[in-house]
Design a protein around this ligand. Structure first.
Ligand SMILES: NC(=O)c1ccc[n+]([C@@H]2O[C@H](COP(=O)([O-])OP(=O)(O)OC[C@H]3O[C@@H](n4cnc5c(N)ncnc54)[C@H](O)[C@@H]3O)[C@@H](O)[C@H]2O)c1
Length: 454
């Protein structure tokens, strides 16, 4: 099928590359000419494992442009995958969505086209996009009845760091459409994924457990709500274990054992149950805020979701409190941060706890050094006014530090030569913000170790 994807960010580029890999003809469109120029040179605009491989494998079916006029007219399916960042008051800023919808209306072709909201958008956005497209279509002289198009919702559940695997081998595909023929187009598009009939790339083998991907076929509003409800649930699972962690510390319980004992109950599950610094990234904060804002429009409160947000915010403050408790004075101290990205295997710094923690420490007069395996270039570009001393290695961070904080659980940080790190520090204290370090080994190396929950 002919597909256009608007927005070549984490979601749009991953979707475009995977659909092209499956054999569809894909045009990826972005408003940012620098991104498109880089993609045309074969450079990825962000770090995501295997993205460059899939883009290279699919290059015969994949084109890049900044021009809607090139991509839209022939498209049978148009994905909107533009950003929906948080706006003032919690509701998302929909200006990019609006521009994309109007742009589609201006160039819509004469055949039946399915327009798909893949961006995370508030409930009711399907109808709004429909009216914006129709408006723009009529303004350019299209018939009163409007072009032959329908809007569907296909929320995205990929995780940065495993985006390609999540797209090719999803837990489920959700399609929201109010008319059956609209949904049919998306089943056809996704059939190789739904039925797992494509040849898996050698670098991304099909997990053994996967035979087919379940399809949830529903109405527009339900699909839109599924996305927010899922992200809010994951957020509150993390905040819940962090709240239990506070009590665990008081009563002398081991939060890692508590989480394991809870999580092995199949009704609960072990994932998203690691106590620590809490969530960051572009989605959980903005999506929980949007859910609360949507509920408020209907006169509803969402105390559980609001509490999850509050607990998460406090975890970042607790990092500073813990360091203060250990070092007594932060002024003039040197604190080393291991990890800047909001999670491993990405360079995404949106709402990254490390940035927040660094700013809080600097405000209190501490000097902050940091390392990240992939996110330091992005940090230089996006946070040039944040006075963090970036170091080429974890060893360089540790040198002369009063404390280290493990902020992002990159696997390589577990394997550091902790003995020599301890020797190079002014005081060998490590705050394991993700509960992943081997405490016995670190103690043997001469470290005092603490987590956020004891
Ligand atoms: N990043 C994730 O892990 C993730 C996961 C699931 C859902 N989502 C949702 O998907 C959407 C996109 O997220 P992202 O992280 O890929 O965003 P992003 O910021 O990485 O990418 C958005 C892209 O859209 C481009 N753009 C903006 N306006 C445009 C326009 N009018 N036409 C064409 N391109 C335009 C921007 O230049 C940018 O490259 C958001 O709604 C987000 O909530 C993100």
């Amino acid at each position: 099928m002919n597909v256009a994807i608007l927005g070549t960010g984490y979601v749009g580029l991953t979707t475009g590359a995977c659909l092209a890999y499956l054999g569809h003809q894909v045009y990826c469109v972005d408003a940012d000419p620098k991104k498109i120029e880089a993609l045309e040179r074969g450079e990825m605009p962000f770090f995501e494992p295997h993205l460059a491989d899939v883009v290279a494998d699919a290059k015969e079916n994949l084109r890049f442009t900044t021009e809607y006029a090139q991509a839209i007219p022939a498209a049978q399916v148009i994905f909107i995958a533009v950003g929906t960042p948080p706006g003032p008051g919690g509701a998302p800023d929909l200006r990019y969505l609006e521009a994309a919808a109007r742009g589609i209306g201006e160039y819509l072709g004469p055949h039946f086209t399915v327009i798909v909201n893949k961006s995370t958008v508030p409930i009711g956005s399907g109808n709004w996009v429909d009216s914006l497209v129709r408006d723009a279509f009529q303004k350019r002289g299209g018939s009163r009845a409007g072009g032959s198009f329908a809007v569907a919702s296909n929320p995205e559940f990929l995780r940065e760091g495993s985006a390609l695997g999540d797209t090719l081998y999803p837990d489920r595909v959700v399609v929201g459409a109010d008319e059956e023929p609209t949904a049919e187009v998306l089943y056809t598009l996704y059939r190789p994924i739904l039925e797992q009939t494509f040849t898996a790339p050698a670098y991304l083998p099909r997990p053994e457990a996967i035979e087919a991907a379940p399809l949830i076929s529903t109405d527009l509003a339900s699909a839109e709500l599924i996305k927010y409800a899922a992200n809010a649930f994951l957020s509150l699972k993390i905040s819940y274990i962090n709240e239990i962690g506070l009590l665990a510390e008081k009563v002398g319980a081991d939060i890692a054992q508590v989480a394991k004992g809870m999580g092995l109950d199949a009704r609960i599950g072990t994932r998203f149950l690691q106590a620590g610094i809490g969530w960051g990234g572009s989605c959980f904060g903005k999506d929980t805020a949007a859910l609360v804002a949507t509920a408020a429009e209907y006169g509803l409160h969402m105390p559980i979701v609001m509490a999850a947000r509050e607990v998460n915010k406090k975890q970042r403050e607790r990092v500073v409190d813990k360091l203060l408790g250990e070092l007594k004075i932060l002024k003039g101290r040197t604190i080393g941060l291991l990890g800047l990205a909001f999670k491993p295997n990405t360079d995404d710094l949106r709402d990254a706890p490390a940035v927040d923690i660094a700013k809080r420490l600097i405000e209190r007069g501490a000097r902050v050094k940091a390392h990240d395996p992939v996110a330091m270039d992005r940090f230089r570009q996006e946070h040039s006014n944040c006075e963090v001393l970036l170091c080429a290695s974890a060893e360089e961070v540790a040198e002369g530090c009063d404390a280290l904080v493990l902020v992002t659980e990159w696997p390589e940080y577990r394997e550091l030569d902790w003995e020599s790190l301890a020797k190079s520090m002014r005081s060998a204290f490590v705050l394991d913000g993700r509960l992943v370090l081997d405490r016995t080994r670190l103690s043997r190396a001469g470290f005092r170790v603490s987590g956020l929950a004891g």
